[in-house]
Write a protein that binds this ligand. Structure first.
Ligand code: HEM
Ligand SMILES: *[C@@H]1O[C@H](CO)[C@@H](O)[C@H](O)[C@H]1NC(C)=O
Length: 484
């Protein structure tokens, strides 16, 4: 029975192998399985997606107390793992692009920004383009931009009467577009093409809908108008760039910086790339800044104590420097800075930051629990939620700019990534100093020149917008101060 014994041997070997595999698996696989983060309860298949679409922050508010700082939501064909709070988000902010990338999750911007820039190119090119942003926002450039900001604010508010009532939200939106046009897009657009270019940007804006995040190329009228607007903008900027290059004139604006930028291999930027980078800058900086200036105003107008403090600070600066305002004087406005920062803590316009994960990683929660997050997950964190964690910020729903004062420093006490309105780490906002300068330029002008009073109720949050902002009007009664 030689055949039988051979069979028996083979069979025994097979069983031994299976047992060994089982034992090894018992050590390896279940360990990683066992340590998956808890999962949000939802109806099968589309339940998770529905909960996310109904309102991600509502979902986080319900789940965080139950599941803790790390948990997974099953979307239809993806898992999103949330990392909430500074204790668990270091990997989110610091990981290399090969581990956690932006390209996939922010791909929906490509038709808006256009080809050849930012999320349409490999990381190595994108990194160089981010270097162009960094260079265009250096202090020596910012000093020049501030002069434009001050000029625009003075001109804009000189058109207000001696007294009246305005929708502050609308006014600030308008002023910020004018300023951004001047500093970023340049004098040609600001002085000659403002209406055309604003209308085109409006079409780009309206072409970015929640549905565009999932289907950026869906053939709907909003997307068609977006694509036409992108084309026309490219033509307008091509003309401006050519004429600047021919005249040899050099201006102090972001457009000029991008025209003069060169890749490491010596190649200059193309006209189409310059256009795309400018669009990206405007998308990153315009709504975010205008929303933040409006919230800052709403809170100051409802908080006597802080209003008095910022007005006092302006008076001190006038005593010290006279009427002059420039980059360095704006940088002295620490009280105003904290008031803006606190409005932005309560209302970060970018409520959710996303990455796509390409390698397994482990996080340890503040309770000491270890979780393994498998590659393939989308990883998310939420400024809107994390900025109000009660173990980081005392009375987190209260407007209290003093929490950033030297004795408390609640944004730093629990370590980096406690305050994440501007993100942080590897992809932290490059425009933060620009944004603060612009908002301070506007509010220092308003505080010095007007008495203001909020006459509509304190505004609500417009959760439906892609860049989350202020809902409805913010009616303000103003009276020009009589200067002695
Ligand atoms: C209050 C105003 C602003 C807020 C709240 C804000 C917020 C943010 C946040 C949260 C990120 C990180 C996104 C992520 O990690 O996925 C970011 C990135 C960025 N922001 Fe801002 N931003 C503001 C103004 C600006 C302005 C004015 C500019 C340019 C003029 C700008 C340019 C950028 C750029 C280029 C990045 C990408 C950095 C990178 O990925 O390496 N931002 N911003
Ligand atoms: C998502 O995670 C669940 C476990 O929570 C897993 O069964 C499922 O296969 C994952 N889906 C994808 C698409 O990775």
């Amino acid at each position: 029975m030689e055949v039988d014994s051979k069979l028996l041997n083979v069979g025994a070997l097979l069983i031994a192998t299976l047992v060994a595999a089982k034992i090894i698996a018992a050590f390896l696989i279940p360990r990683s399985r066992k340590r998956l983060p808890p999962v949000v309860k939802a109806f099968p298949v589309v339940g998770g997606l529905l909960r996310f679409l109904k309102g991600p922050i509502v979902m986080l508010r319900q789940e965080y107390p139950k599941l803790g700082s790390v948990f997974t939501l099953n979307l239809v064909n993806k898992n999103i793992t949330f990392l909430i709070g500074p204790e668990v988000s270091a990997h989110f902010f610091k990981a290399s692009e090969t581990d956690l990338s932006q390209q996939e999750v922010y791909q929906f911007n490509v038709p808006t920004f256009g080809p050849g820039v930012v999320f349409d190119v490999d990381y190595s090119v994108r990194q160089e383009q981010f270097r162009f942003f960094t260079e265009s926002l250096r202090v020596n450039k910012l000093k020049g931009y501030v002069d434009h900001m001050i000029f625009e604010a003075e001109e804009f508010f000189s058109k207000w009467g001696d007294s009246g009532e305005v929708d502050l939200k609308l006014e600030l939106e308008h002023l910020i577009i004018l300023t951004a046009s001047r500093c970023l897009l340049g004098e040609e657009v600001r002085n000659k093409l403002f209406d055309d270019v604003s209308a085109l940007f409006h079409d780009l804006d309206n072409g970015m809908l929640p549905i565009s995040v999932i289907f950026p190329y869906l053939p709907i009228p909003a997307h068609r108008r977006r694509d036409q607007a992108r084309k026309k903008l490219a033509e307008i900027f091509a003309t401006i760039i050519t004429s600047r290059k021919q005249s040899g004139k050099s201006e102090n604006d972001m457009l000029q910086c991008f025209i003069d930028s060169k890749y490491k291999n010596g190649r200059p930027t193309s006209e189409s790339e310059v256009t795309g980078l400018l669009i990206a800058a405007l998308f990153a900086g315009q709504h975010t800044s205008s929303i933040t200036s409006t919230w800052t105003g709403a809170y100051l107008l409802c908080n006597q104590k802080h209003m008095a403090a910022v007005v006092e600070e302006q008076k001190d600066l006038v005593k010290k420097h006279g009427d002059k305002v420039d980059h360095d004087i704006l940088s002295e406005m620490n009280v105003l800075y904290r008031c803006i920062k606190e409005a932005l803590r309560l209302h970060p316009p970018l409520i959710m930051l996303l990455r796509s994960s390409h390698s397994d990683f482990t996080v340890t929660t503040k309770e000491g629990e270890d979780y393994d997050i498998p590659k393939g997950h989308i990883v998310a964190t939420s400024p809107a939620f994390a900025n109000r964690l009660p173990h980081i910020f005392k009375d987190p729903d209260t407007y209290d700019p003093d929490r950033f004062g030297p004795e408390r420093e609640e944004d730093k006490a629990a370590g980096a990534f406690s305050y994440i309105s501007f993100g942080g780490g590897r992809h932290g906002c490059l425009g933060e100093p620009f944004a603060y300068l612009q908002i301070k330029a506007i509010w220092s002008h308003l505080l010095r020149n007007f008495e203001l009073e909020l006459v509509s109720p304190f505004p609500e949050i417009d959760w439906n917008a892609m860049v989350v902002g202020v809902k409805g009007k913010v009616m303000v009664r103003y009276k020009r101060k009589v200067l002695q």
